[in-house]
Design a protein around this ligand. Structure first.
Ligand code: NAD
Length: 259
């Protein structure tokens, strides 16, 4: 994987940052992306570059905007070279009963969780198939495989991402490009901390009980999965060992969907 050029969307925190760190640790050059404080992001970028000794760049595209997604890919090509690995990881959540679900939150989740992956994949696929190598990994969720209440947009977009993964995989299967989805179970990151707070409001449970009774109740290992465990799955799919794997969903979920 040494010298491969990777884009990881939403890599300024949580799972995306762990994926960027793991890919850089394997010798990849990485284009970071995500929202947040410019100073903190630059510190993360410099840290990663120093630790890995590879090129680590950053582009602040808002991936809900197709033109910015295209600019992100163009920036990666200009600063690192042709894109070998695309990890569509940026994702957001909104928790609300269906009857009250705000239309604008539906549109925003569709844009960030699903359409961004379509636009980014579309922007890299021509070069990948021409060069007869590419790895697209979509970070879906166990909620891309099963349903859950109060999460209509999240569940729908993550199922959509799994469908997009299968379609891309089959379309380019003979070109040396693979496309897979990783489906994390519960990982303690800022997105989950917000969900815990939202679920506490909806259910009337305390945040501690939401973690125990809602999230870990469904995760047989009875602990959160770590961001590094998700990153390990992404590294496998991008490595030579993963070259025969395409169109699949790899659940890294502590047994969530096995129940
Ligand atoms: P997080 O909130 O820590 O990170 C989300 C990242 O996406 C951040 O870097 C943020 O800046 C970025 N982002 C959000 N909106 C963006 C936008 N419009 N443009 C560019 N970047 C944007 O969350 P996380 O838990 O690390 O989630 C990463 C992915 O994993 C998401 O797709 C999420 O749905 C998925 N996932 C997480 C869990 C979990 O338990 N944490 C479980 C299943 C799936």
């Amino acid at each position: 994987m040494k010298g491969r050029n990777a884009i990881v969307t939403g890599s300024t925190s949580g799972i995306g940052l762990a994926i960027a760190r793991a890919l850089a640790g394997e010798g990849c050059n990485v284009m970071l992306n995500g929202l947040g404080d410019a100073g903190e992001i630059e510190a993360v970028r410099a840290d990663l570059a120093a630790a890995a000794g590879t090129k680590i760049a950053y582009n602040g595209a808002d991936v809900s905007r197709p033109a910015e997604v295209r600019a992100l890919v163009a920036a990666a090509c200009a600063e690192l070279g042709p894109v070998d690995i695309l990890v569509n990881n940026a994702g957001i959540q909104h928790v609300s009963a269906l009857a009250d679900f705000p239309d604008e939150q539906w549109d925003r989740l569709v844009a960030v969780n699903l359409s961004a992956a379509f636009h980014a994949s579309k922007a890299v696929i021509g070069s990948m198939t021409e060069r007869r190598f590419g790895r697209i990994v979509n970070i879906a969720s166990v909620l891309g495989l099963v349903g859950a209440p109060h999460k209509a947009a999240y569940v729908a977009t993550k199922h959509g991402l799994v469908g997009l993964t299968k379609s891309i995989a089959i379309e380019v299967a003979e070109t040396g490009v693979t496309c897979n989805a990783v489906c994390p179970g519960m990982v303690m990151t800022p997105i989950i901390e917000m969900q815990v707070a939202d679920q506490a409001k909806v259910t009337g449970l305390s945040p501690e009980d939401v973690v125990k009774e809602v999230f870990l109740q469904n995760q047989p290992i009875r602990r959160p999965v770590t961001a590094e465990e998700i990153a390990g799955a992404v590294v496998f799919l991008c490595s030579p060992a993963g070259s025969g794997v395409t169109g699949t969903t790899l659940a890294v979920d502590g047994g969530y969907v096995a129940r």
